[in-house]
Design a protein around this ligand. Structure first.
Ligand code: ACM
Length: 555
């Protein structure tokens, strides 16, 4: 460190780190900062090569620094320390070096994310805006570790397709927030988005619709532009590899037996042909809960085993131990009317249609378990009895998650009342196509994934939490950004940091740190909601949403 490096007090200012690390000790004003320039080398110990590659590709591109291999002189050192928990890391910046140590490559990667935040917002750009400048990181000691092992975001790419590049960008945004699960909602009534080689019509016919309801379903407006798109199998492999390099697990979702109109429109024999003429169905062009559900036949089971066979090949067990089968909002009206479904209920000795759904899900639970995977589904899969070993995404509040965890099932908490980011973030008239409850940045910051009163044993079954983003009224990436940010920053802190009870959380402190984080989001080109409300072009005046007044109780 040179005397010049310690001269300016603002150069040692502590940047607002998000999510907040467990322990941070700043050296303090006048204690120095570490310079990085063209001579700074990168010392990558065995096992850290992937993180070194990421640093050069990302921080290297933003700074223009080559970060050449080396072990002497000014340097950034990467190492593993098996005494740390796998996702834990230490980061020390002193007069000699920047040293990042991870319990595994994953922990090291989260440490590298903190290092990037220490470099300042321009480290989040894709090219240097001031070539040749010397960069600095403040002297600091960080010891950090996540609270939860499941820190996720679910993105619905069915209601509105998000092109591959936008998905890759979202993986970068998750990584920047130390989130490690990407729940990929690939199918729904409004579009099938993954190529399945043995069933080409799923994407030929099922991946597009000729028009789309513009706004909530009560809106009078239609967008008459054909909408669609899908990921080829190679696109999926690329997405999975990109996520893996960022230590993000991908949870693919094929939503069955409800939310299946796109599949039925492509292969009408999958529907309840004894109730309706399924050949008349097309990919759904509006929103809501759809009665056109899968028929509980052997043909349907074999068809989806074929889908899952290809899916397991695309999403390897190492990075996709969980496979999501949906299971939500399956209306039973057609099964009640269908002689075929009723015959199946009788043949299996089931009590009712809920048990039929349960039988359907259990079939895929055994099938996935036999192939070394674990099934996860929305909390409706509890109805009629939950398959053993299955895990639950608790979305209709905490209750499903509490029941599942007390019964010994693993749970991901994602209650719609708290962490559905499609819900509007302000009660004012300017929110674009306002949906659901008002859930502000502060509300998300005060979300607690573990409800009070759970037994100790049940608490151990809360794997973590995820925020969910349903895209009915998000036509493109910009609209998704607006709904997701800045709230994902608050969510990331809830999922990563060991925060006190909701009422005791220092939201003012978090909000102050957000000043630095907004600058990062600006550098990343995120179309977030400004604290003062939407910018003029982020508004959608006159397009009907579905605001829900009043806040439901938290538990
Ligand atoms: C859901 O929101 N239907 C899981």
């Amino acid at each position: 460190m040179t005397s010049d490096d310690t001269a300016a007090p603002d150069d040692t200012a502590a940047p607002g780190l998000i999510p907040a690390p467990r322990e941070v000790t700043w050296a303090g004003p006048g204690q120095g900062r570490y310079p990085l320039d063209g001579a700074t080398v990168l010392s990558a110990a065995p096992g850290t090569e992937g993180v070194a590659r990421w640093l050069r590709a990302t921080v290297g591109a933003a700074t223009g620094l080559p970060l050449a291999d080396g072990t002497e002189g000014p340097r950034v050192e990467l190492a593993l320390d098996g005494t740390l928990a796998p996702e834990a890391y230490g980061l020390v910046v002193d007069a000699e070096a920047v040293r990042i140590t991870g319990g595994s490559a994953a922990g090291l990667f989260w440490g590298a994310q903190t290092f990037r935040q220490l470099l300042g917002p321009d480290a989040f750009r894709r090219a240097p805006i001031a070539p040749g400048r010397t960069w600095h990181v403040p002297a600091v000691v960080v010891e950090d570790e996540p609270r939860f092992s499941w820190r996720g975001l679910m993105l619905d790419v069915s209601r509105h397709f998000l092109p591959k590049d936008d998905v890759l960008r979202y993986l970068d945004l998750l990584a920047a927030h130390k989130l490690n699960v990407f729940h990929f909602h690939l199918t729904d009534d409004q579009g099938w988005r993954v190529e399945i080689k043995r069933y080409p019509r799923l994407t030929e016919a099922g991946a597009w619709r000729s028009r789309t309801k513009y706004g909530h379903r009560a809106s009078e407006l239609w967008d008459e532009t054909p909408h669609g798109g899908f990921y080829t199998q190679d696109d999926i492999r690329e997405i999975v590899a990109y996520a893996a390099e960022r230590h993000i697990r991908v949870v693919p979702e094929i939503d069955i037996p409800g939310h299946s109109q796109a599949a039925i429109s492509a292969y009408p024999e999958l529907g309840n042909t004894d109730v309706i003429d399924t050949t008349t169905l097309s990919v759904w062009d509006t929103w809501g809960i759809n009665p056109n559900v899968l028929a509980p036949t052997d043909n349907t089971l074999r068809f989806f085993e074929g889908v899952f066979e290809e899916l397991l090949d695309l999403f390897p067990a190492a990075t996709s131990p969980f496979i999501h089968v949906g299971g939500d909002e399956c209306l039973k009206d057609q099964w009640k009317e269908s002689p075929t479904a009723q015959a199946r209920i009788a043949e299996l000795g089931l009590k009712d249609e809920d048990e039929l759904q349960s039988w359907f899900i259990r079939h895929f639970d055994s099938w996935l378990t036999a192939r070394g995977r674990r099934l996860i589904g929305w909390d409706e899969i509890l109805e009629g009895g939950l398959a053993e070993g299955a895990a639950v995404s608790s979305w209709r509040g905490y209750a499903g998650g509490i029941a599942a965890a007390e019964a010994g099932h693993d749970v991901v908490m994602c209650p719609e009342q708290q962490v559905y980011l499609d819900h509007r973030q302000d009660g004012g008239p300017d929110e674009p196509m306002p949906i659901g409850y008002v859930r502000t940045l502060e509300d998300v910051y005060r979300f607690e994934p573990v409800p009070p009163g759970l037994s100790e044993e049940a608490v151990r079954h809360i794997l973590g939490t995820q925020a969910n983003v349903w895209t009915e009224v998000m036509q493109n990436r910009s609209r998704v950004d607006y709904q997701v940010f800045p709230r994902l920053a608050a969510f990331a802190e809830v999922a990563w940091s060991s925060l006190p009870a909701p009422a005791d959380r220092d939201f003012a402190g978090f909000d102050a740190r957000m000043t630095d984080h907004y600058a990062r989001l600006d550098a990343l080109g995120v179309d977030y909601r400004r604290p003062g409300g939407p910018l003029p072009w982020q508004r959608r005046p006159g397009i009907l949403g579905r605001p829900i007044e009043g806040a439901p109780p938290v538990v």
